[in-house]
Design a protein around this ligand. Structure first.
Ligand code: ADP
Length: 444
């Protein structure tokens, strides 16, 4: 097992990884930007190294600074969390070359899944269902029109290097295709330095259902069931639950087996998530694979009793999985609300000083966060300030527990989306489990 791990991240996920390390008896090194001097991850880690100014590209995305910090601190491994360098195959490769263990999959597996065109092509080879698509990047408007006609409107234009919904455009008819193509292309180029886009059939009102997989370096791959992440705003998740109200054991096994097949085919190791769209006819289609720990991993931890971050570390250290598929039993129900520092009506970010704070507690409540009273949320990073996770014996118990916990959650000085979560939890269709990716557009 490692003696010292550097956490190449900030915020709640850095704290989450530090907690896992502590429990495993591993020392931790935090890295931070000058905007994060007073952050909880800096306070909680055994050592902390400043790696640059506030802008992410000068600090948390600065590969040289992060690797130098790991060398100076003599860390044996790096945990990238999610976001920042977590899905940067070049960074993973540099770690490998420097003799520092990257806690995640190999750079090779990451590369295969990092480009959505490559990933979809691979999936078709092993007969994992995908939605009709252009099979390659579309070069210009003319090609886009031809493809869209062939696939049939509505279509969605997506960036090959995509993430965070950037470079993604829904198109209902030929009239708006040209504009959408150019916008998607320039958005993708600006965000990822790669403007390649492809076209895919737009599925009307599916659910987003993803499978958590975990694989060691000894050929063992296990899935930990699904998460339903259909409650989204602008294609970004805001509330997730496990298990999905839409799945029965038969469908769960089929989707789980598909996810395992994906992982085995690309030689995937460590924790990963295979994302699917599940349509009204209960057919599922591969969307992408996330090659890192997900924001919403806690709901899976609650229903499986498996600490995914500890497993990631054990796997990276070369240990064998301590469980087989038959040992995985989903028990009860978990829900996560992403608490963002933002205006609940306009969704504009709301950074600033927290003047009063009450974190909920009591039975079945878990809060993963990096905030404290008098902490000032810097404006430079994403607006996620806490994840409120609840567990209940049944979905209905989890819902009423979440409502109770949201009532206890007090954050003053900044605005949060807590009122939005309360609204969602009171919607009849949500309570009945009738949700799809357009749920929020209809109700809020
Ligand atoms: P990103 O990597 O940018 O987050 P994803 O490919 O993961 O993009 O898709 C994000 C969300 O966009 C999905 O959860 C879903 O809501 C929506 N989406 C993506 N592809 C389609 C599609 N073909 N049909 C309908 N919705 C889609």
């Amino acid at each position: 097992m490692f003696h010292k791990i550097l956490i190449a991240n900030r915020g709640e996920i850095a704290v989450r990884v530090i907690r896992a390390c502590r429990e495993l008896g591993i020392s931790t090194v935090a890295v931070y930007s000058t905007a994060d001097e007073n952050s909880l991850h800096v306070k909680f880690a055994d050592e902390a190294i400043c790696i640059g100014p506030p802008k992410s590209r000068d600090s948390y995305l600065n590969v040289t600074s992060v690797l130098s910090a790991a060398e100076v601190a003599d860390a044996e491994a790096v945990h990238p969390g999610y976001g920042f360098l977590a899905e940067n195959a070049d960074f993973a490769e540099m770690c490998e070359n420097c003799g520092i263990k990257f806690i995640g999959p190999s750079s090779q597996a990451m590369r295969l899944m990092g480009n959505k065109i490559v990933a979809k092509t691979q999936m078709e080879k092993v007969k994992i269902p995908v939605l009709p698509w252009s099979k390659t990047a579309v070069k210009d408007e003319k090609e886009a029109v031809e493809m869209a006609k062939k696939i049939g409107f509505p279509v969605i234009i997506k960036a090959a290097a995509g993430g965070g919904g950037k470079g993604m455009k829904l198109v209902h008819s030929q009239a708006s295709l040209g504009n959408a193509f150019h916008t998607a292309h320039s958005e993708a180029l600006a965000a990822f330095g790669d403007g390649s886009v492809y076209i895919e059939k737009y599925s009307e009102s599916p659910r987003h259902v993803e499978i958590q997989i975990i694989a060691d370096n000894h050929g063992n791959v296990v899935h930990l069931g699904e998460r339903d992440c259909s409650i989204q705003r602008r294609h970004q998740k805001i509330l997730e639950e496990a298990p999905s109200p839409a799945l029965d054991d038969k469908l769960r096994n089929a989707m789980g087996e598909a996810a395992i097949k994906v992982a085995k085919y690309i030689g995937y190791t460590n924790a990963g998530t295979v994302e699917f769209l599940l349509d009204k006819n209960r057919r599922f289609y591969f969307m992408e694979m996330n090659t890192r720990v997900q924001v919403e991993h806690p709901v899976t931890e609650m229903v499986t009793d498996i600490d995914i971050v500890k497993e990631q570390i054990r796997i990276a250290a070369g240990e064998k999985l301590r469980f087989k598929q038959k040992h995985i039993r989903l028990k009860g129900h978990a829900i996560e609300c992403r608490i963002n520092a933002e205006d609940p009506d306009t969704f504009a970010p709301s950074p600033g000083k927290i003047t009063r704070l009450n974190i909920p507690g009591g039975p079945g409540v878990r809060v993963d966060s990096a905030i404290y009273c008098d902490y000032t949320i810097p404006p430079h990073y994403d607006s996620l300030i806490a994840k409120l996770i609840v567990y209940g014996d049944t979905r209905l118990e989890a819902i009423s527990r979440m409502k109770r916990a949201l009532d206890e959650f007090t954050v003053e000085g900044i605005k949060t989306n807590i009122p939005l979560h309360k609204k969602i939890l009171n919607e009849h269709d949500f309570i009945e489990g009738r949700v799809d990716i357009n749920f929020l557009n209809r109700y809020v």
